[in-house]
Design a protein. Structure first.
Lengths: 658, 512
């Protein structure tokens, strides 16, 4: 198996290293430093600054990688532009706003000392061409104009506390900023970094001059409508919360694993019970994290977060990785320090440091875990609690079973760190054959099962995914199909398989009519007469062909701007409605199509969304019909929908002559 | 809170019935708990249509409380829809279309109630077959109001698709309005809207809405009744609303206007109008009570966004519900105490023939005392009045807060045994549509709900209305977080990041 191979390799490689205590010490320093990325309590809002300072002091390179938006943002200020405009960097905490500001500062050759100061507001001058269309060939000074760039790298630290009055100078500066957005001749531009909430809040508290009011509206529109600029406004607006978590993850894990600190730890040639020794859980977790399978599964989870509209900021990804490697419930702050490792080994609690549990924050207290974004998001997959008979059979009866035995051996038995230990076997035996009615024992075993199911999610290889129903370990049973058969296919420019589209259409039809209809070649739009949101809709308005026909079709596609998967219903080539097919909606529709029922937990929200979608479809249909001439006769005809016993629609026309 | 405005006198022409005039003097003639908001709305539509036909909708023409109108009976339609159990049986027993019609017409001739010479033959002109007719009847029934309740057939109502669907509630013989479910609260609603400065705007929006509505269903309903002259009721009069103006009337008009102007498809707007009518009538009753009691603080309704476990918010909400529920009764007591304290009364009790004089005062002010048979003592007299008034108040008027509150989804027992304010999703939608034009930040939305209705959801609002020892920041933060989740699950909230969430109205008119 992939991870055991990796371990063998490293074990073999280790013997060649020569002991070097200084390496070990700097490796230890790295682990202590790494802890700051983890779930430790902190109060400052300039995380990046603090970490940079710490890194300088301890002479450790921080984890550094290029943000996907970095080049685009830098291009707003460098020679890529002859007429720079103001830039706002917004996003949630930990999205890398300050980090990106610093990159711009460095590119503009700002001084490190100034940056290292605590001042949230800095300025710098830069020369741009007087001709605002191109950069001149020569360096002749009269061809250039000097532009003052105001850096407000932390708006919330700079603006007055809520309820306090604005400082006159600061208020004047922001007034100037608002004015500059709408006047083309200004020689001052701004780079402002702020959480979206603080951004709106700060400008709302500003004296409402016409410019301020206009600016507020612009910010709100750009934010809510997810746009980067607005015509006539000298502003570029980057909402970092729109970045793909999966892309951020790729970059973060690359640098995380490649950090020289790890090599130093390896080179220390530790003894058996030492940090990074053969029994060290930190080393085991680090190596597991590097295996392609674990990486791929983690990435899938983050990608699925993206497709559910949940954005994971950079800092949360680093927190996840750090916690995955260092987590242990019994040590200080639940993150292992070098000194903890021998104690953990001696106490026989290495299995509690399981990366599979740490990924879900299981080393932390419930309250702490629930307050951390990434663990809150991962919790929603319910990995560990969700299961199938097959998986539980494997775990409970798999040992020695003729079908499941191999799987048990590979996934559970051979995993000497986090697989089956004596405690597991004993608890299993007691659970199956025990006579004691002690619920506590059962509970303990059930907790072990949770940990093992989580492990399985990261151990079942791609080629056994289908056979072992990997995704039934999550609440999203169709997530694998969604990633492989929908997202990946569409991103390659392919066409989603017909049976999948049919399932989706069947699900839609069941929601739209409120009946267990089995039709999947046409989309049935139906209403109830007086209330468009009624649960059962018997009056058929229109049937839309799924296969292309006379301008009608139902297709899946990717929105190139946002990367979202869209289900688009076409009434005519220029008359269509898009529906953002998130993972959760996909799951909802498929479960309705296949099972006709679903768990209550996420049905409500999707149901409301789908009814709203139906309203939009009916509106689009009416738009198309408005172009048609209404029939001359005044007869009212209605199509009433009913189903045969097989669920086939059996519409019946009723005419009324007024 | 402002003082209660000087009440209007009942007009000269008013019917001087012998019943007591206490609740009526305080709130109007009358708030009736058994007429739930949908029926209030239907009664209102009857009044509105009549007055609009006369070209004076929302206009009292400087003669307050002299509203006189007639309502339709539409007994053909009602017999077909609600007094006609024959259809399934006839479909089964008679295979042939003409037999079916024949048999049904025969049966209806004798079974139809309230019609002089029932003749349903006109239906055959509208349908190709009896089968089609049955389908339509079943469809129309499925969208009717109270169709599955055990109310008498004359108290079942077709959905108001158009004027052909409007009629008044009738007694068991289908002959007259016995005020069983149309208790004039709809007439009061109409009068409230007559007395707001925005009535012209409202008239335009309301009529525009009715004109734009999908015509199909109105035409179908018209096919179920003969074209001959409508059977109209006698003149309905004597509605009374005591105040020439009141902030509650204006709030109601503002909310109706906001909702009417949205891009909500056709009839979907009606449930919101109904909810808002119910809410503002409830609020009117509580506000007037508090004004009469001289309260200086604004009304407060602490709302729980239902939590899985008991919370402090729930406790406070239960307590507040209880104390608000007592307000109308306290108002009645104060009203009577005010008579007792009045100069007239105080003078009368010191004069000769005090008892008779006092009795005259009561007859004049509250139309009561004729049947009094107790000892001839002014003190006894007024204490009997207090007893009688409270007894009468408790029968109906006292229940508005609870019944309307439950009906519109404001008051609930969900998850507990005690009533408290715990709005449903439907009510959240109504409130959002009435208060958010396009989008606003969540905390502004909460602030607005507090200012306009006294609703308290979040910690900021709770801090303003609660004393230090009652206030628990965390509990209310949890409450507004749950609200946020609920709105999110309804697709009405856009969360940007931890610091910023917008409440969004999907029916904003610019949207499409």
């Amino acid at each position: 198996m992939a991870q055991s191979l990796a371990r063998m390799e490293t074990q073999r490689g280790r013997a060649e290293y020569v002991p070097n205590p200084s390496f070990a010490n700097s490796g230890h320093a790295w682990l202590k430093f790494l802890r700051h990325y983890g779930p430790v309590p902190r109060a400052d809002n300039m995380f990046d600054e603090t970490l940079q300072r710490l890194a300088r002091r301890q002479q450790i390179a921080p984890i550094d990688f290029q943000h996907p938006k970095q080049a685009e943002i830098a291009d707003c200020f460098n020679r890529a532009t002859a007429d720079p405009v103001s830039v706002i960097l917004t996003g949630t905490a930990g999205d890398g706003k300050t980090h990106l500001c610093r990159q711009v500062w460095k590119a503009l050759r700002g001084s490190d000392d100034d940056w290292a100061s605590d001042n949230p507001y800095l300025t710098i001058g830069f020369e741009y061409p007087k001709d605002r269309t191109t950069w001149p060939q020569s360096a002749e000074p009269r061809l250039y104009r000097s532009v003052k760039i105001h850096f407000i790298r932390d708006l919330s630290g700079w603006a007055p506390q809520q309820g306090a009055e604005w400082d006159v100078a600061k208020e004047a500066l922001l007034q100037k900023f608002c004015h500059s957005l709408f006047s083309s001749d200004s020689d001052e531009i701004f780079l402002i970094a702020a959480n979206d909430g603080q951004l709106i809040e700060s400008f709302r508290r500003l004296n409402g001059t016409p410019d301020v009011k206009r600016a507020r509206q612009v910010f709100e529109d750009l934010l809510v409508e997810d746009r980067q600029e607005q015509t006539g406004v000298r502003l570029k607006f980057f909402n970092l919360s729109r970045a793909s978590s999966a892309v951020l993850f790729d970059r973060a894990i690359e640098q995380f694993l490649a950090h020289p600190g790890w090599d130093e730890l390896k080179q220390g040639v530790p003894a058996e019970n030492d940090v990074f020794g053969p029994k060290c859980p930190i080393r085991q977790n680090y190596e597991l994290l590097g295996t392609p399978l674990v990486r791929a599964r983690l990435r899938s989870l983050l990608e699925l977060c993206d497709y559910n509209g949940l954005h994971v900021p950079v800092r949360q990804i680093l927190l996840l990785l750090t916690n995955a490697v260092l987590g242990h419930p019994d040590v200080g702050q639940h993150l292992m320090l070098p000194g903890d490792v021998p104690k953990v080994i001696a106490a026989g609690t290495v299995s509690k440091a399981s990366i599979y549990n740490n990924i879900f924050g299981a080393n932390l207290s419930d309250i702490r875990r629930q307050s951390i974004t990434i663990f809150d998001f991962l919790e929603r997959f319910q990995i560990g609690s969700e299961t199938s008979n097959r998986v539980d059979n494997l775990l409970i009866f798999g040992d020695g079973d003729e079908n499941l035995g191999d799987y048990f051996a590979n996934f559970i038995e051979k995993d000497k760190f986090y697989g089956a230990d004596d405690r597991f076997y004993a608890a299993k035996h007691e659970y199956i054959e025990g006579t004691s009615e002690d619920e506590e024992n059962d509970n303990a075993f059930l907790q072990m099962l949770v940990a093992q199911r989580r492990g399985l999610f990261f151990k079942i290889p791609k080629d056994a995914e289908v056979e072992l129903n990997l995704w039934e370990l999550t609440v999203f049973r169709f997530a694998g199909e969604y990633l492989d058969e929908v997202v990946a296919v569409l991103k390659r420019g392919g066409v989603v398989k017909r049976p999948l589209v049919s399932h989706l259409v069947k699900g839609l039809n069941r929601v739209f009519t409120g009946m267990l209809i089995n039709s999947d070649r046409e989309l049935f739009l139906a209403t109830s007469g007086n209330y468009s949101q009624a649960k059962v809709s018997r009056i058929l308005v229109e049937r839309v062909s799924v296969e292309p026909s006379k301008g009608e079709k139902v297709i899946l596609r990717v929105d190139p701007a946002s990367g979202r998967v869209l289900l688009s219903v076409f009434f005519a080539p220029d008359n269509y409605v898009d529906f953002n097919l998130t993972l959760i909606r996909y799951e909802f529709l498929l479960r309705i199509a296949i099972e006709g029922a679903l768990p209550a937990s996420f049905s409500r929200e999707c149901y409301e969304d789908l009814l709203a979608f139906k309203s939009q479809l009916i509106a689009a249909y009416s738009k198309r019909q408005a172009k048609e001439e209404s029939p001359s006769g005044s007869t009212i005809s209605l199509m009433l929908l009913s189903l045969t016993e097989l669920g086939t629609p059996d519409p019946r026309a009723v005419e009324i002559m007024p | 809170m402002n003082a209660l405005p000087q009440p209007l006198p009942p007009p000269e022409s008013f019917e001087q019935s012998s019943s007591m005039w206490v609740d009526e003097a305080i709130w109007g003639h009358r708030l009736y708990d058994e007429q739930l908001p949908w029926f209030v709305f239907l009664e209102f539509l009857n009044v509105f249509t009549h007055e609009d036909d006369k070209g004076r909708a929302f206009d009292e023409q400087d003669k307050p409380n002299e509203l006189k109108y007639r309502a339709a009976h539409r007994l053909y339609l009602r017999n077909i829809l609600f007094n006609n159990p024959h259809l399934p049986n006839i479909r089964l027993s008679y295979p042939n279309d003409s037999n079916r019609w024949e048999e049904w017409l025969r049966r209806m001739k004798s079974a139809a109630t309230g019609l002089n010479h029932p003749e349903f033959g006109f239906l055959k002109d509208h349908f190709h077959s009896f089968e089609d007719f049955c389908e339509i009847v079943s469809l129309v029934r499925s969208t009717s109001l109270e169709v599955n309740s055990n109310k008498r057939w004359t108290s079942k109502f077709v959905f108001p698709y158009g004027r052909g669907c409007l009629y008044e509630d009738l007694d068991n013989n289908a002959s007259t309005n016995d005020r069983r479910f149309f208790g004039r609260t709809g007439e009061m609603l109409y009068l409230m809207l007559c007395r707001t400065p925005r009535k012209q705007e409202l008239l335009a929006a309301f009529k525009g809405r009715l004109a734009k509505a999908e015509k199909t269903w109105a035409s179908i309903i018209n096919c179920l009744q003969p074209t001959s002259a409508e059977d109209m009721s006698g003149e309905r009069a004597n509605a009374f609303l005591p105040y020439a103006s009141h902030p509650c009337f204006d709030d109601l008009a503002d909310d109706w206007l906001a909702v009417l102007r949205l891009n909500i498809p056709s009839y979907d707007v009606f449930p919101h109008l109904v909810n808002l009518a119910g809410l503002h009538i409830l609020k009117y009753q509580l506000s007037v009570s508090r004004q009469l009691l001289g309260s200086s603080t604004p009304l407060k309704l602490i709302c729980e966004v239902v939590a899985p476990k008991k919370t402090l918010v729930r406790e406070l909400s239960c307590d507040l519900y209880q104390s608000n529920n007592l307000l109308p009764a306290q108002a009645v007591e104060t009203f009577i105490a005010n008579i007792d304290r009045s100069d007239d009364w105080q003078r009368a009790i010191t004069e000769n023939g005090a008892f008779e004089k006092c009795r005259r005062i009561l007859k004049e002010k509250v139309r009561w005392g004729e049947d009094y048979d107790g000892p001839p003592d002014a003190g006894e007299l007024i204490s009997r009045l207090r007893q009688d008034a409270m007894k009468r108040h408790r029968q109906h008027v006292a229940n508005i807060h609870r019944n309307y509150g439950r009906e519109i989804g404001l008051v609930s027992k969900r998850g507990t045994v005690k009533l408290r304010y715990a709005p449903t999703d439907a009510l959240f939608k109504t409130l959002l549509f009435a208060n958010v034009e396009k989008r606003i930040e969540l905390h502004q939305f909460l602030d607005r709900l507090h200012l306009r209705y006294g609703f308290v959801f979040g910690d900021k609002e709770a801090e303003q209305v609660l004393s230090k020892d009652e206030f628990d920041k965390k509990a209310f933060q949890g409450n507004s977080r749950r609200l946020e989740q609920r709105l999110g699950s309804l697709g009405l909230l856009r969360r940007l990041s931890d610091g910023c969430a917008y409440v969004v109205n999907p029916f904003h008119t610019e949207a499409r």
